[in-house]
Design a protein. Sequence first.
Length: 228
Amino acid sequence: MKVVVSIGGSVLAPSVGSDRVGAYARVIENLVDEGHEVGIVVGGGPTAREYIGAARELGANEIELDSLGIAVTRLNARLLIAALDDRAAPTPPTDHETAHEAFRRGDIPVMGGTVAGHTTDAVGTALAEYIEADLLVYATSVPGVYDADPSEDPDATKFSSLSASELVDVVSDIDIKAGSNAPVDLLATKLLERSGLRAVVIDGTDPEHLGAAVDGDHDGTDIVPETE
């Protein structure tokens, strides 16, 4: 299968270190060895938030803050590229066309952000649409999609499956702010809705969950195309 994985920065790099990154690299390498084509998009996580917070105090505007966050996502991408060694494209692609070219060469593209205003979830969704992926995996810090923020509502219920339009409705009702547990941002869900892609939202804090999700065995939330 062609698989695109959007890995949250707080999932891949909760702090700057090698353990989680190395574990993800091993899972990705196993997927490639099994015959899958894999593309990765990496978020900025807590390191990006620290830089953005400091820059905001210094008076940076929102576009400048987005650009700073993008730079951190690409640093995180380079960590994963280092772990994947010669299996990955040597630098993070900065647009979807360059990522597609890496696929065609047989390399693993590892992207960060692209342009201001686009989250890495949206970048990953657009990449999956562009290459006509068979599966899009959102590896998040929560174990699926809930009807409320599970960190604030102990009665929040996890969905086993949703259509893309239902996911749009759920995400639209979540207060999107720093530290919120929205599983996928609204722009990404709108792109997912138009694309008809099959997707899954999983707890990415254990990298082994990625391999299981590609095999169809997971405890997250399936996002099924409207036609199914």
